[in-house]
Design a protein around this ligand. Structure first.
Ligand SMILES: O=C(O)[C@]1(O)C=C(c2cccc(Sc3ccccc3)c2)[C@@H](O)[C@H](O)C1
Length: 151
């Protein structure tokens, strides 16, 4: 089972729960982080997280995860549909990842139907609301083998 999970949230997700509750629900990002922290602790999985509105900050954190994190769970937000750079970074560090979307992007605007990440993801979860984060952690805890630490 995974021993270390990094949760990445992209742009505007810091405002989760504040606006557009009909699409994203009323749960705040701190609530999501608290629940994920508890879920990982109950499984003895090391948990880290970042939310940023800045593409380069997310890329730098992905680079830092190399050799340290067994699985990345990422909600890229709008970068899902625009960022070759984040795709290149997450593929480049060779860490298995799960792509999470709170909304069902396939029921929304056409521009949200394409992801630059999905074809490289171990799994894609969308439309489950914030439960998607819980589901992704559960999946990772069952299916991701810890990497042998570099000597
Ligand atoms: O459904 C998602 O989780 C998604 O990744 C999240 C997105 C998103 C977009 C705008 C704002 C937010 S978070 C938010 C919600 C309400 C008010 C302010 C910000 C998320 C979209 O860009 C994506 O297409 C889909």
């Amino acid at each position: 089972m995974a021993k270390s999970i990094l949760l990445i949230n992209g742009p505007n997700l810091n405002l989760l729960g504040a606006r557009e509750p009909s699409i994203y629900g009323s749960t705040t990002l701190p609530d999501v982080i608290h629940a994920a922290t508890q879920q990982c602790a109950s499984k003895s999985i090391a948990f880290s997280h970042i939310q940023s509105n800045h593409e380069g900050v997310l890329i730098d954190r992905i680079h830092e995860a190399r050799g340290d994190v067994d699985c990345i769970i990422i909600n890229p937000g709008a970068f899902t549909h625009t960022s070759v750079a984040i795709r290149d970074a997450i593929v480049g560090v060779d860490i298995p990842f799960v792509e999470v979307h709170i909304s069902n992007v396939h029921k929304r605007e056409a521009f949200r139907h394409h992801s630059y990440l999905s074809d490289k993801a171990e799994a894609v979860v969308c439309g489950l609301g914030v439960f998607g984060y819980e589901a992704a952690i559960e999946w990772a805890s069952r299916n991701v083998k810890p990497k042998e630490k570099a000597q």
